[in-house]
Design a protein around this ligand. Sequence first.
Ligand code: ATP
Ligand code: MG
Ligand code: MG
Ligand code: MG
Length: 480
Amino acid sequence: MMTAAEIRQQFLDFFASKKHQVVPSAPIVVKNDPTLLFTNAGMNQFKDYFLGNRKAEHPRVADTQKCLRVSGKHNDLEEVGVDTYHHTMFEMLGNWSFGDYFKTEAIAWSWELLTEVYKIPKDRLYVTVFEGDAKENLPKDEEAWNEWKKWIAEDRILLGNKKDNFWEMGDTGPCGPCTEIHVDCRTDDERKQVDGKTLVNNDHPQVIEIWNNVFIQFNRMKDGSLEQLPAKHVDTGMGFERLTRVLQNKQSNYDTDIFTGTIATVETIVGKKYTAGDDKESIAFRVLADHIRAICFTIADGQLPSNTGAGYVIRRILRRAVRYYYSYLGYKQPLLHQLVPVLATQFEKVFSELKAQEAFVQKVVKEEEDAFLRTLEKGLKRIDDIINTTKEVIDGKAAFELFDTYGFPIDLTRLIAGENKLAIDEKGFEAALNEQKERSRAATTIDTEDWVEVFAADKTSFVGYDAVTADTKLVKYRKV
Ligand code: ATP
Ligand code: MG
Ligand code: MG
Ligand code: MG
């Protein structure tokens, strides 16, 4: 069986053999884009090439990109741990053409890689092609259809709608159709049972999307019309954890060697076995194995947990993880920080930044866990009381009290409420939150973030934590 590390390397080697320059992942934390807190796709770091603001140094590039999808346009948080293939943090393998090759090569190479290098049986693959959208003035992607016809049986090419098969950066700007590749991981028996019925996307939990190939060929104008771009681009993204699951013949991403090391460590710590089921305990194992990656890699890339912005996203993920081990694995001590060394070692050769800052990351995570565990027990008692006296909707003020006094992020309260078939008065919560903000704005004029940018020049990049104070509040930036 191929290891995950080998699978990643084969992807990069394959595109290097097709004259791509292999580049490092951009940081998962985005520091200079007001529209984005975290990298959520491989293309983020190349945005300026598509917009024509900058010229690519190399027309063909490939990489593996650390991505996080827990806020904004892509928010998969609620799926994570419940299903077996959506993560908070994941690696997106990608290849790009900046005004160079287009559909013919992109499609031929994805087919070659999947079927000849990775040897996925051809009758396990499906592809989707954009069907067009008359209302939006968008044509069907006949070119992609014709390219696929060279490789795959026509009944395995399916048409997809604008939501799944057309990509736009925003209301205006570069856009184009995409073609997606799905793998049917059902057992032969299962396949016989649904006999003949084609399944893609979420129709069956074992038929999963692995690779998206976007063809950026139009420019959407302010009046809604489309112009052909003078230079056409290819932008692809393949989920590394999903690919590994397919190639290692597993039913779940968590059964691959990307996650088994972490899960085994959790088993040892809590003295329980992971049974890969749909029960709360199994979900808790998956949530921990998932969330600790997001926590480690964001901190290693320069974002500390805090009460605002990107820092609060990390704090929310961390507290969610703490509540899972506390409530469902019966473990009442700090746990997450014990997993940092597992990941630091596992990823040393690909993302060495974690190993380089292992002790520091561990310290930050431990402090966060300690702080939340101090109020969690009381908070859980309080929410129990609230739940017992609530019929349908938890009062906004009560949700705010949980937030303010016990440090429960609203999505954690929402999760627990949902488990008890209750909703939250979200508007009431917002109102209480805003009231408090007004009060504190009046009380102080200094707005402090948890980290400090030492150099604020335009060309800075995060190079690591040093000069760490006792409460880990100082982050150092260096000019590059
Ligand atoms: P899905 O429909 O499964 O949510 P998507 O269509 O949102 O995926 P894309 O934006 O097309 O995903 O991203 C390209 C690839 O990245 C996907 O084909 C998938 O393999 C992978 N991917 C996307 N989201 C996640 C995630 N949350 N966790 C793991 N892999 C993901
Ligand atoms: Mg998605
Ligand atoms: Mg999709
Ligand atoms: Mg997709």
